[in-house]
Design a protein. Structure first.
Length: 438
């Protein structure tokens, strides 16, 4: 009996190691088909899940309450499983080199509890070679077992898009790979149980790792091109959004737009690829150029905010500036690696202490990671008067706002910096706003 049959008959369990924005939805999906152990070494997070609370808001409290996932912070429970999925973050260090500590630590935990006949599948974004060259030796050392003899490994890169309610695990084609044909078939069979869109069988683990790391690198490069265009057109006095709208009438023009590139995917993954390239003696040209452009956009937006204050005869030092939106992307409470903080830091360098408002953001996480206080949109509108407002994140609720909704924030000249270009430029201009967007 193979592992897929054992899982379906309840003879063994599937474990999900790492219950964040990626791991938790996967655990919930598989729990509808088989017994699932959801492990995370964050006991506080596990306690929330056990009480039916979804701190990520990826599936919601009601789904968690009805879920059959056995949430635990006890790593010994992993011994009950023979199919392990590792979905932990893979961030970068301050010098932009890969920080593999989370995936290495997870490998130690799985290895200590690995049973003969098991399969370990990694979903964390890594550069080609990490699964077989770094993770496998750890699994072998911790377990005392031999890969290829006592256990097998595979790789199936995550494609979860936090905050996206349309593209979910079940309707996105899943890349799967295995160390041999037998493992590949088993991994494909198991993921096919929950992925209705089907699976793509990569020819090797390294191919699957490479496919993942270039998906976000491609987006990063295209957004960098849009950001560079925005800088050029701003100097020319041309509206970038109008240019893109006109160019978009051509059938093969790609729909990318300028903006901040943060989070733990697009803003991180390219560094994994360029790090590996450096190891084999190749210095990236295009990828790192795109990264440099995108990493500088927070500073660019802050500088233009200062220019608008000067243009409207407002003192820069101690100016009252609001920053609306603090998450790394729209409709998602995650603030990790948010590039909005770059705007905040640059404004501070001019003697401005901005007020940060975001009704979606995890304010506790923001305080812990950045030592900033985040208020709600309602509090901002009710209690503050501003010289300028930077709308940094395109939350759905903000998209619906009109000039009159912001009027109460200003005394005198009204400066609005629309980073994502979500508002009607003409409507704000007619309402007397000094309006700017990328």
């Amino acid at each position: 009996m193979d592992i897929c049959e054992e899982l379906l008959k309840g003879n063994t369990k599937l474990s999900l190691v790492g219950l964040g924005y990626v791991g938790m939805p996967i655990a919930v999906s598989f729990s509808k088909k088989m017994n699932v152990i959801g492990f995370d070494n964050n006991a506080e997070k596990i306690a929330l899940y056990q009480h039916g609370i979804d701190p990520t808001q990826e599936v919601g409290d009601e789904v968690i309450k009805k879920s059959n996932v056995e949430f635990t912070a006890d790593e010994s429970r992993l011994r009950e499983a023979k199919f392990h999925i590792v979905a932990v973050p893979t961030p970068v260090k301050d010098d932009h080199t890969p920080d593999l500590y989370p995936v290495e630590s997870a490998s130690c935990i799985v290895g200590r509890n690995l049973q003969p006949g098991s399969i370990v599948v990694y979903e964390s974004t890594v550069y080609p070679g990490v699964t077989e060259e770094i993770c496998v030796p750890i699994l072998e050392k911790e377990s005392g077992l031999k890969c290829g003899v006592d256990f097998k490994v595979g790789y199936s890169p995550e494609r979860i898009n936090p905050g996206d309610k349309k593209h979910r695990l079940h309707n996105i084609v899943k890349i799967v790979s295995g160390m041999d044909e037998e493992t590949l078939n088993t991994v494909a069979d198991i993921y096919s149980l929950v992925v209705e869109a089907g699976v793509h069988r990569a020819e090797s683990i390294k191919v699957a790792e490479a496919a993942k790391v270039i998906e976000n690198s491609q987006r990063d490069i295209n957004i960098a091109f849009m950001n560079e265009l925005a800088i050029i057109f701003n100097r020319l006095g041309i509206d970038t959004q109008a240019v893109l709208k006109a160019a978009g009438t051509k059938w093969n023009f790609l729909p990318f737009y300028p903006g901040l590139v943060g989070g733990h995917c697009i803003g991180v993954d390219p560094y994994y690829l360029t790090y590996k390239a450096e190891q084999i003696g190749y210095h990236s040209q295009v990828i790192l150029s795109g990264r440099r452009i995108n990493d500088e956009m927070g500073k660019y937006i802050a500088e233009n905010t200062v220019k608008k204050l000067i243009e409207m005869d407002k003192p820069v030092k101690n100016a009252k500036v609001g920053v609306l939106g603090f998450t790394f992307k729209e409709n998602c409470q995650d603030t990790r690696n948010t590039k909005v903080f770059d705007i905040v830091q640059e404004l501070r360098s001019y003697g401005i202490d901005p007020v940060i408002a975001d009704s979606v953001a995890d304010e506790v996480e923001a305080k812990r990671l950045y030592d900033v206080d985040v208020i709600t949109l309602e509090e901002l509108l009710a209690d503050y008067k501003l010289d300028a407002l930077v709308v940094a994140v395109a939350h759905e609720k903000l998209r619906l706002m009109q000039p009159k909704d912001f009027d109460s924030l200003f005394d005198g000249a009204k400066i609005l910096m629309d980073v994502k270009g979500i508002f009607d430029r003409q409507a704000f201009a007619e309402a007397g706003y000094c309006y700017w967007r990328l």
